[in-house]
Each structure stands twice: as C-alpha cells, then as structure tokens.
Design a protein around this ligand. Structure first.
Ligand code: SAM
Length: 264
C-alpha cells in the first residue's frame, strides 16, 4: 500500500509507520472489544492501525494531515463497507467532540509533541467524565513512563498527576523501535487510559496550577516551590502536610486534597 501510493515517510510530519499486522492487531485489542464501537484515530498515515481497528469491527473516524495518505485510506474504507470516515486536517485544530461524537475510543500513534499536546487537552477541562471513553496512545517509552509513574520516582511529575487523578493509566505494551519504518531513535510504549470518578470539589484548573508550581522546581521543598501560590501554602497547613516535603513525595490523592482545600 505504501509503495503503491508513493508514501515515503516524512520526517517533518513525524512519520514512523507500523506495518506488522500481528502487532497492530494487539494494539487494536488494547481498548477492549471494538465491535460496533466508535473509534477516533488520530494520524492514521497509510492506515496500518486503521486496518486493524476496522478488522476489529470498529466504526472509525480518522484525522490525518498528510493528504498523500487519503487515497490509501479511501481504499481501506471501500474494503470496510464505509466504516471509515476521514477528515483531512490538523488534529490540534479540529473540534473533536463535534466531529466524532461522545463515547468514542481514541487511538493514536502520533509524533511526540502532537501526542503530548493532545493528551494534555484530553485530560484537562472541568467537565468529567470527558467525551471520550478511553485513550490508547503510542508514546516514546520515556513519556509513557512519566504518564503512569508512581510517587518517589524520577518519572513522577505533572503528567502523572494529570493522567491519574481522575483516570486509570496503564502501560499496555512496549514496542521495539525496529517495529517502525523508519525506526525512530528511541523505544515506544502504548498507554491505556480510562476515566474514573473525579474526586469531589477539585477543579482541574487549580490542580494544573498547583502541579505546575510544585514540579516547576521539583528539587525544592514545597514551602519554596509553592511560594507563588499562597492558597496552596495555606492548604498544606490546613491539611497538616509537611511543607518541607518535595513535590515528588506527594501522592496523587494528596495533590487533589491540596487543590480542593485551595478552593474551599
Ligand atoms: N498510524 C500510522 C502508523 O501507526 O503506522 C502512522 C503513524 S505516524 C507516527 C504519525 C501520523 O500522524 C503521520 O501519518 C502524520 O502525517 C500524522 N500527523 C502528524 N501530525 C498530525 C496532526 N497534527 N494532525 C493529524 N495528523 C498528524
């Protein structure tokens, strides 16, 4: 398909394609049984993962920037009896909930910077549960580890708190760099994220400001790193949390409790 449509990988678009059918089927199984389910795929490229998602019985809406991929995707759509609809454009610019509709599983293998920007958007906002049902996302392994990290590790930071305070985030599988064409420099991993009940009375905006300050100076004690947020310092006192601790020692639950107390 790639050769027939002349789809040489573009470095500028962060294109590293997956072509191993068995591996792609395994990724398509990460969100669970997709038969009759709606899936939003970001960056389908020539459609390796799209084919696996359609093979699993999903109805797929895909957004792709590279118009060279559109004929290959049109072929896939024909073979799948019209279960694939493709939007040509930038995933960062489209209004997804409207384009895709609520309740879709999101699946993506994206360039690192686009993937992280979308993840932060999908995990943010005051409305919870979100419009999507689950996220199955390929990242550089180092980023995947930051998303699922536990306290008291060097990988634990903003991304972990953001991903875990009202979602379950798991590392679903590691993917060797040699599985991609062309192979990227680093290893990759698939992360699976499912929303859970949000803790009562916690605003996402407050938690984001809190984690940005706390991890902005992660080596400092909280009483220093949170100096710009007096309400956070007050919350530490109210909750009896030692202000000489560092951000990476606080559990996700403690961050949520501090954010709640900041708005109380
Ligand atoms: N999903 C395919 C696979 O697994 O083989 C392709 C993966 S490749 C790493 C990333 C794809 O995302 C490319 O096809 C690229 O053109 C597309 N892409 C990059 N930035 C994008 C954006 N902002 N919006 C939509 N697609 C984008």
């Amino acid at each position: 398909m790639i050769a027939r449509h002349g789809l040489s990988a573009s470095k500028a678009l962060g294109q590293n394609f997956l072509l191993d059918g068995q591996l792609l089927d395994r990724i398509a199984r990460v969100p669970g049984d997709l038969s009759g389910q709606r899936v939003y795929e970001v960056g389908p490229g020539p459609g390796g993962l799209t084919r696996a998602l359609l093979g699993a019985g999903a109805l797929v809406t895909a957004v792709e920037r590279d118009r060279r991929c559109l004929p290959a995707l049109a072929e896939l759509n024909e073979a799948a009896d019209g279960r694939l609809s493709v939007i040509e454009g930038d995933a960062l610019a489209i209004h997804e909930a409207e384009a895709v509709g609520a309740g879709a599983h999101i699946v993506a293998n994206l360039p690192y910077n686009v993937g992280t920007a979308l993840l932060v958007r999908w995990l943010g906002g005051e409305t919870w549960p979100p419009w999507w049902r689950s996220l199955t996302l390929m990242f550089q392994q180092e980023v995947a580890e930051r998303i699922v990290a536990r306290p008291d590790t060097s990988a634990y930071g903003r991304l972990a708190v953001l991903a875990q305070w009202r979602s379950e985030a798991k590392l679903a599988m590691k993917v060797h760099r040699s599985a991609f064409v062309p192979p990227p420099k680093v290893m990759s991993a698939v992360v699976h994220i499912v929303p859970k009940a949000a803790p009562e009375g916690v605003r996402a905006g407050t938690l984001e400001a809190l984690t940005a300050a706390a991890f902005g100076q992660r080596r400092k004690m909280l009483r220093r790193s949170l100096q710009s947020l007096p309400t956070a310092l007050g919350a530490l006192e109210t909750l009896g949390i030692d202000s000489e601790r560092r951000a990476e020692t606080l559990s996700v639950g403690e961050f949520a409790a501090i954010a709640r107390a900041m708005d109380a």
